[in-house]
Design a binder for this molecule. Structure first.
Ligand code: ADP
Ligand code: MG
Length: 889
């Protein structure tokens, strides 16, 4: 292809300037996409492609009208593309085009979605000498609301940083200079999050430059006052985010008014898998209905909904903050009348945080400012309602509202109210925005303008009287300007000063000198008025933008009241209880329910009791469909709800605060959806074994299911031992490997519970009640019997089963035995027997059928010290054995 010139050449040259994925270039009344971009846009958005010939070459071309660009850009950005927009402007000799903004998934202001939209930068600095790990800095901005948060993780690894990142569900991530070449990090990011990854200029991450930028944005002292003055990695990330937002030209930097620093210890770690497994904001099928959020959400404002979602996705660890929320929820629970009145008031609120960002970016119109005024006015109404109800006035709710400056809000509201007409138009360039008395000069122009309009309006009456013509009207259009129109039958009566300008089928149009003169006046005044109003409006909008912090404060206060009221509504309607929060790790739930399942099912409540050091690992057994998964998720969700400050679905609950919730679901439900591969399952298990601490809660649902019994049981066994003896996290482990229940006898903190089932008239009924102890029989064999499987087969399976159980199968390691000479027996699949391993003979040699390769594997397995082997190595081993056995068969 020859070098493109002309319009396509200009397009391609502009495209070179940006690292955006797509360029939209204005050409008169259209934005055009050319070449590859045209093909891409056409494919994504169903646009028609035509051919543009330019100097002998053909180029694909697609376009959208200027006024329709926004929805197309939004659609592209929502699909993860970065879209550069080049506008055309007039110059002395024709026109020129330049890129004015780049819209990206993290800087997209015109989003139609109420959810938070996070842009994150993540930076890794070498931990330096003596450090266990590296230092990670994280900065997260929501340009639609101006929220900006930073944190630094010291001595951390990539998985900790990723976990932190996932809790924000970022739309776009800017990896720092070091991380952008880390393929493993990028792959993990790609796999577990929907974020677009943008490689922003490395200089912006440079510590000196970043620090300078952060100071410019937030003030010189801010870094020390929020306690991150020495956190270079956090500052580098923050600086890069600020630089990126500025460079993309969305114009909302001014809405970023405050830097919030939080410690990694403030929040409960929830990785992406756990958020999905617990169906926090969407179900496994990807629907939002049926998620925890959708179930408990009774907020009446967009900002309240956003906050509730954030609370669920980022539960807190600090008891003080949680108790504060609980007390507010409790007070609201008992003051139903006041609560409903407050919610009704809040129902009229607009999204102040978002409006603040619109004001600072210059996209707010007069209706937006009216919306700001209306909403600011609600602060007083809500605050009064709280103040008038003693129990609410004495609750933390009062402090929430005190966080917003009521007087300043009232002043700004009054200013806006005095400035704008009651119901302003949606455009800011055609006047009609300002109320009389706001600006004297404007008033003078308006008066003249309206007098001129009045003269025009009354002209027909005057002319009718003067001429005696009855079919006479005055009107205006683009080509003729103002004119007098007279019906055909009366045109012979027009006076001499009527000058004919047009003849129509049934009428004629005239003008008179006085009308020409007034027309010039009206046009002049109109232009003047529009200009003045537009200018005044921009000034007003800028003053509002100057109050961005106030708007955010008020918006956040109202959002928090809405969120707390929502929690209270759900608690009352569903008979939830206020959990007691402790630091000693207990989890004691009396008659607990699953918050989502209880909505649609006659739920059978269950108890749960876990006590660190005594009973912190529960092996959950029971037949398929008996309720194991539900029971475990219920425990995780009650803990999570308690750590958002919510009440919980139980008769009573004591919740020991956790530092993280980790889940792994290898259950058939997962596998059936093709989401789980054995490798993913093991990666997740590995992550849990590395990340969880004794303050964590782990939910393992049928781990090991993704592979053959032999591997699966070994891994499940070893993982149980490792968690129980080394990690010591509170753990619930549902398993179909009945053999694992024997661990309950030898590991002191491991206990068995089972979901009870009952048999009546040959039917198995699941009672869904959880009891201590392992399941005492196999419902699998029982069901086979019921289903009419021939008697000899059923009998024989009972026999095999009994043998499997009674032969003291695998010796437990890491429990009471102090290591030295622990024997380990091996489950031999080919004979369906366990060997206790104490015999001198080779464990499986008795069978005679075992080949040397299998023996090697068995020997290695026997010699392997599970306690001394890191989980990843263990995994590698298992894979190696598998390969060896495979080769063999
Ligand atoms: P499992 O993991 O043992 O196979 P699940 O937890 O998936 O069983 O539950 C199977 C079905 O039973 C689900 O439809 C679930 O909604 C229902 N269920 C589970 N626990 C209860 C309960 N306590 N009360 C009522 N229904 C329940
Ligand atoms: Mg299950």
């Amino acid at each position: 292809m020859t070098e493109a010139t002309g319009i396509v050449g200009e397009f391609l040259a502009l495209k070179e300037e940006t690292d955006a994925d797509v360029l939209a270039m204005q050409c008169g009344d259209f934005y055009e996409f050319f070449a590859d971009d045209a093909e891409l846009v056409a494919a994504e958005l169903d646009l028609k492609v035509s051919q543009k010939s330019s100097h002998g070459s053909q180029y694909p071309m697609a376009g959208v009208p200027v006024d329709d660009l926004t929805p197309y850009v939004s659609a592209l950005v929502e699909r993860g593309y970065r879209v550069a927009v080049a506008d055309q402007h007039e110059t002395a000799d024709g026109h020129a085009r330049e890129i004015t903004r780049v819209v990206t998934p993290g800087t997209h202001l015109a989003t139609g979605d109420d959810s938070a939209q996070h842009l994150a930068a993540v930076v890794r600095h070498d931990g330096g000498r003596g450090a266990d790990g590296d230092t990670y800095g994280l900065a997260v901005a929501d340009v639609t609301t101006g929220r900006f948060q930073v944190t630094q993780l010291d001595d951390a690894d990539a998985s900790a940083a990723l976990t932190e990142l996932y809790t924000f569900s970022p739309a776009e991530v800017l990896p720092g200079p070091d991380l952008r070449t880390d393929d493993e990090f990028l792959a993990a990011l790609d796999e577990r999050s929907a974020a677009a990854v943008s490689l922003h200029a490395t200089e912006s991450f440079e510590p000196g430059r970043a620090r300078h930028r952060v100071r410019e944005q937030f003030g010189a002292e801010t870094l020390s006052s929020v306690g991150v003055a020495d956190d270079d990695a956090a500052i580098a990330a923050a600086g890069a985010v600020l630089a990126y937002v500025e460079e993309t030209g969305v114009g909302t930097l001014a809405a970023v008014t405050r830097l919030r620093a939080y410690g990694a210890r403030d929040h409960v770690a929830l990785d992406a898998t756990t958020q999905r497994n617990l169906e926090l904001t969407e179900t496994m099928q990807g629907d939002s209905a049926g998620s925890l959020f959708a179930t408990v959400d009774h907020t009446v404002t967009a900002a309240g909904g956003r906050l509730l979602k954030r609370w669920l996705q980022r539960p807190r660890r600090e008891r003080g903050e949680l108790v504060r929320r609980q007390r507010a929820v409790a007070a609201l629970t008992r003051e139903a009348m006041a609560r409903e009145a407050i919610r009704e008031t809040l129902g009229a609120a607009y999204d102040l945080e978002r409006l603040a960002a619109r004001a600072t970016s210059g996209s707010a119109d007069a209706r937006d400012l009216r919306a700001i005024e209306d909403t600011l006015g609600l602060l007083a109404a809500v605050a009064d309602a709280v103040a008038e109800t003693e129990r609410l006035a004495d609750s933390p709710l009062a402090d929430v509202l005190a966080g917003a400056d009521r007087e300043a809000a009232a002043d700004l509201a009054a200013e806006l109210d005095a400035a704008l007409v009651e119901d302003p138009p949606g455009t800011v360039t055609q006047g009609g925005l300002f109320a009389r008395g706001y600006d004297d000069n404007l008033d003078a122009v308006i008066e003249e303008h309206e007098a001129a309009l009045e003269w025009l309006e009354t002209l027909p009456d005057r002319e009718k009287e003067r001429t005696g013509i009855t079919h006479l009207s005055v009107d205006r259009n683009k080509t003729d300007g103002y004119y007098i129109q007279v019906g055909k039958s009366e045109t012979d009566q027009v006076p001499d000063d009527y000058e004919e300008i047009k003849t129509l089928k049934n009428s004629k149009r005239y003008t008179i000198p006085e009308l020409d003169e007034r027309e010039r006046d009206v046009l002049r005044l109109e232009e003047r008025r529009y200009e003045m109003e537009h200018e005044l409006f921009e000034q007003l909008r800028e003053r509002v933008a100057g109050h961005a912090a106030l708007l955010q404060d008020v918006g956040r206060a109202l959002a928090e009241v809405d969120t707390l009221a929502s929690l209270s509504v759900h608690a009352v309607e569903n008979d939830w209880t206020r959990p007691e929060l402790t630091d000693d790790g207990d989890l004691d739930i009396e008659a607990g329910r699953h918050p989502v399942v209880e909505q649609t099912t006659e739920f059978v409540p269950n108890d749960l009791e876990m006590r660190p050091g005594e009973r912190d690992f529960l092996i959950v057994t029971g037949p398929n469909m008996s309720g194991k998964s539900t029971y475990m998720r219920q425990a995780a969700l009650i803990t999570l709800l308690a750590q958002t400050g919510s009440f919980v679905p139980a008769r009573a609950a004591t919740v020991g605060l956790v530092d993280g919730i980790y889940t792994r679901v290898g259950a058939l439900d997962e596998l059936a959806q093709g989401r789980s591969t054995f490798m993913v399952e093991m990666q997740e298990l590995s992550n849990i074994l590395h990340s969880a601490t004794e303050d964590s809660l782990i939910i393992l649902d049928e781990v090991g299911r993704g592979t053959a019994t032999f591997d699966g049981i070994s891994i499940a066994w070893a993982a149980t031992e490792y968690i129980a003896t080394t990690v010591r996290a509170k753990t619930l482990f549902a398993t179909h490997y009945h053999e694992l229940t024997s661990l309950g006898e030898s590991l002191p903190t491991v206990q068995n519970v089972h979901v009870a089932a009952d048999e009546t008239d040959g039917d198995v009924t699941f009672m869904r009640t959880v009891r201590d102890g392992p399941t005492n029989r196999s419902y699998g064999v029982h069901v086979a019997d019921l289903a009419g499987v021939p008697e000899p087969v059923v009998d024989r399976s009972r026999e095999v089963l009994d043998r499997l159980r009674e032969d003291k199968a695998i010796e437990v390691r890491g429990g009471e035995s102090d290591g030295a000479d622990t024997t380990q027996a091996v489950f031999d699949l080919s004979s369906g027997q366990f060997d206790d391993g104490t015999t001198e003979t080779d464990p499986v040699a008795t069978d005679g059928a075992t080949d040397p390769a299998t023996e090697d594997v068995l020997e290695e397995l026997q010699d392997l010290d599970v306690n001394e082997t890191p989980p990843v190595e263990l995994l590698a081993k298992v894979q190696e054995w598998q390969a060896q056995l495979d080769e063999d068969s």
